[in-house]
Design a protein around this ligand. Structure first.
Ligand SMILES: [Zn+2]
Length: 69
């Protein structure tokens, strides 16, 4: 799918690569030059460059509330 440049805190995404804990859903907690995501299964936090993030995303699971306005 096309990943738009519009990312919002609260968005939930599924990554292509499964986290070692078994989870594959991540919540965006920071949007900027780098994207901060937290594993929904183990709460592990990772900071990725926007490019790496976009490349790793498989699909959006839910969009954050900010995207609705
Ligand atoms: Zn995890």
């Amino acid at each position: 799918m096309e990943i738009s440049e519009k990312l919002y805190v609260g968005d939930v995404v599924r990554m292509r690569k499964q986290h070692p804990c078994g989870g594959d859903e991540w919540e965006i907690v920071r949007v900027g030059a780098d994207i901060g995501i937290v594993c929904r299964t183990c709460q592990h936090r990772v900071l990725l460059t926007r490019r790496k993030f976009v490349r790793g995303v498989k699909q959006f699971v839910a969009r954050g509330a900010e995207s609705e306005g």
